[in-house]
Structure formats: structure tokens, C-alpha cells
Ligand binder design. Structure first.
Ligand code: GLY
Length: 388
């Protein structure tokens, strides 16, 4: 084994969640390192980057809503700080979102969502089909109504990841371009990891932030292994014409025959259409069926997409937890913390995750807003289920 290199904090995983954790920890004066074969990669390479706390509200996720809103509120300041520090334009766009209905079932679904949003004190406005088309002239004539949510914005996750890599470099974070193979546990605490080439990276605290791979690191004791699973999402990227004014002004989304579809127009002309949601294990194949369904549903919403060049198809893995909410902060194993399980909300939750993890790493405790997301919520449930 190669000699040990040590830091105060070692973050396993250099996706946006690992990078924001490392950056914020380094800003607090902790000697921080990240280990990842491809820093800046991961699910953010595929994600559309909707900041959709209101339009992605689901029944039973009211606690998560609090965290999502807290992060959405931090976004303007977070994006400005990151741009100021790194010079990177993040593609942050306060454009709002329009969720539309194509038939009576979609309309009923959207009415339910509107009622839930209102009960939750959220800002959204019901529009007739005609008013939807007035806002977005490219919408299909058959649109029956919609919800205008001016507070759900977007960011370009690839640019966000690149900016976080630069921010980490500037803050003095050491980046090990390697794959973490095994957690090292000495006595009753985590003390580092061993990489694929046998190097031991020692640390005062280890943060497991490896997305859907977080549940697979060897050496993590079974009772603290995060219960995350991969949920596959396929996306398609098209290019919008520059010449006739905006193709779409804001994110447009709908539920079509039970499947969610969204179209996210970027200022640089990219139109991201997503996303499938598939329980397919570790498979990241782009399938004809997945692309067909996305284009078919998007075409029902915005028929003009068939004229646009198709520039990319890609699949990624959302790290999903049993309650669809992230696992943040200390585990029952001394020295091991988690920042994973962000499922559909990784991009949205990046600012609040960085702040919460930096707090946990410096003080040992999560801030109030993140406390419901302790990984211990699952450990306790497992233990009470065991026979006496
Ligand atoms: N939040 C969008 C998605 O997970 O597809």
C-alpha cells in the first residue's frame, strides 16, 4: 500500500454534491480533498437543471419541500458568488415554468397539483389554454390549461459542475483523480479510503458523496451503508433556431399519459427534453423506446420540435433513497458522513447541501433546515423492525 496522504476532510465523489461540499468545507478552513476519477462528471452531465421546487411538488414530500425551497432561495446568491469567484457563467436563468395539460386527465392532475401548492402556501397561477399559448406561442393548440410558476428557474448543470471544479481548485482543495475502492475503518471510526491503485488517503472525516454509487463502497459497515439505488433517466438535446426570436421563453412541462416530460430552453440555444424514470439497475443504455417516448410526448406539447436538429442523447442515474429525500450529515460510524440520495433534486439542492455539510463538518451537527435528512432516520427504522 502507498503511504498515507492526509486531510481534515476527504470527499468521495466529485459530482456537484461532492464538489460543493468540498468547496464549502475548504472555505471554512478545513484541509479538504476530493477523490474521483472524473471530477465534474456524474449525473449533472445528464441533468436538465430545472430548479423546480414548486412544479415538482409531490404528495407526501412536504418535509422535502422545506429543504427544496430553502435551496431555491439561496440560488441567486450562490450562483452570483460562484460566478464572481470563478468567472464561469452558470446559465442561471430566472425564466419560470409553465406546466400544461393536454387532456381532461392531465387537467385534473394539474388541478390537484395546484390545490396542493396552494395548501402549501406556494405561488402558482391557473391559466386557460389560450393564456398558456399567449405566453408560449409554440404550444400545441390542444393545450387545455396550465399552471404558471414564476419562481421555478433553471441552471446549466454542466457549467455548474465546471465552476465548482474551479472553485475547489481556487479554495485549495486537493483533487485525487482516482477511484475510491474501499473505506478504511480503524477501531470504531472511518479514517480514509484506499484507491484502486492501492494508495491510502487518510482523513479526519470522510464524506460519501458518490451519487448512486454511494451504496457500493466496499468496507462501509452494513448498518451505515446508504440505502440509495440508481433510477435511470434518459434525456435528449436539440438545438433551437436563433433567428426568429425565442422558441420557448420558459421551461414547459406536462404529464402525458402518466409520464412526466419537460422542455428546458437555454439561452445558448440548447433545448433539453427529459426525462424517463426507469428502475433498471446500473444500465445507462440510451434506448430507441426511451428516445421515442420523450420525443413523442414533447411533440404533443410543442409540435415544432420536429424541425430542430437533434444534437445529443444521454442516460444517467439519479441516486434515489427510500423516501426520495437526501441523506445528509453524520452517520453512526464516527468520522463518516453522507451527502447522497438527492434523487430528482440534486441540482436544486446543491447550495443548501454545501452549507449544511460544511456546518456538520465544522460543528458536528446539521443546521435546523437539514436535520430531518439525517441518515440516522433509516438506521432507526431498521433497528425497530428487528425482533426483540
Ligand atoms: N428533476 C428532474 C428529473 O429528475 O428528471
Amino acid at each position: 500500500m502507498s503511504p498515507t496522504r492526509t486531510s481534515d476532510v476527504l470527499v468521495v465523489g466529485g459530482g456537484i454534491i461532492g464538489l460543493v461540499t468540498a468547496w464549502r468545507a475548504a472555505q471554512r478552513g478545513l484541509a479538504t480533498a476530493v477523490v474521483d476519477p472524473e471530477p465534474g462528471g456524474g449525473a449533472a452531465r445528464v441533468a436538465a437543471g430545472m430548479l423546480a421546487a414548486v412544479t415538482e411538488l409531490h404528495y407526501g414530500e412536504e418535509t422535502l419541500l422545506g429543504l427544496n425551497l430553502a435551496s431555491a432561495r439561496r440560488y441567486p446568491g450562490f450562483a452570483a458568488e460562484l460566478t464572481e469567484l470563478t468567472g464561469h457563467d452558470l446559465g442561471y436563468r430566472a425564466c419560470g415554468t409553465l406546466a400544461v395539460a393536454l387532456d381532461a386527465d392531465d387537467r385534473a392532475h394539474l388541478r390537484e397539483l395546484h390545490a396542493l401548492q396552494q395548501r402549501s402556501g406556494l405561488d402558482s397561477q391557473w391559466l386557460s389554454g389560450r393564456d398558456c399559448r399567449r405566453l408560449e406561442p409554440m404550444l400545441a393548440p390542444g393545450v387545455r390549461g396550465g399552471l404558471r410558476v414564476d419562481g421555478d428557474h433553471q441552471i446549466d448543470p454542466r457549467r455548474l459542475a465546471a465552476a465548482l471544479v474551479t472553485a475547489c481548485e481556487r479554495a485549495g482543495v486537493t483533487v485525487h483523480r482516482a477511484r475510491a475502492e474501499r473505506l478504511v475503518v480503524a477501531g470504531d471510526r472511518a479514517t480514509g479510503v484506499v484507491t484502486a491503485d492501492g494508495t491510502e488517503l487518510g482523513a479526519g472525516q470522510v464524506v460519501l458523496a458518490a451519487g448512486s454509487l454511494s451504496g457500493r463502497l466496499a468496507g462501509v459497515p452494513a448498518d451505515v451503508l446508504p440505502p440509495v439505488r440508481p433510477v435511470k433517466g434518459q434525456v435528449v438535446r436539440l438545438t433551437m433556431p436563433a433567428r426568429h426570436g425565442p422558441f420557448l421563453n420558459r421551461t414547459v412541462r406536462a404529464v402525458v399519459r402518466g409520464s412526466h416530460v419537460y422542455l428546458v430552453p437555454r439561452e445558448n440555444g440548447e433545448l433539453v427534453i427529459g426525462a424517463t424514470s426507469e428502475e433498471m439497475g446500473w444500465d445507462t443504455t440510451v434506448t430507441a423506446g426511451g428516445v421515442y417516448e420523450l420525443l413523442r410526448d414533447a411533440h404533443e406539447l410543442v409540435p415544432g420540435i420536429t424541425e430542430l436538429p437533434l444534437t445529443e442523447t444521454l442516460a444517467g442515474l439519479r441516486p434515489a433513497s427510500p423516501d426520495n429525500a437526501p441523506l445528509l450529515g453524520p452517520t453512526e460510524l464516527e468520522g463518516l458522513l453522507l451527502a447522497t440520495g438527492h434523487h430528482r433534486n440534486g441540482v436544486l439542492l446543491t447550495p443548501v447541501t454545501g452549507d449544511a455539510m460544511a456546518e456538520a463538518l465544522t460543528t458536528g451537527a446539521l443546521p435546523e433546515v437539514a436535520r430531518p435528512f439525517t441518515p440516522r432516520r433509516f438506521g432507526a427504522a431498521v433497528r425497530t423492525e428487528q425482533p426483540a
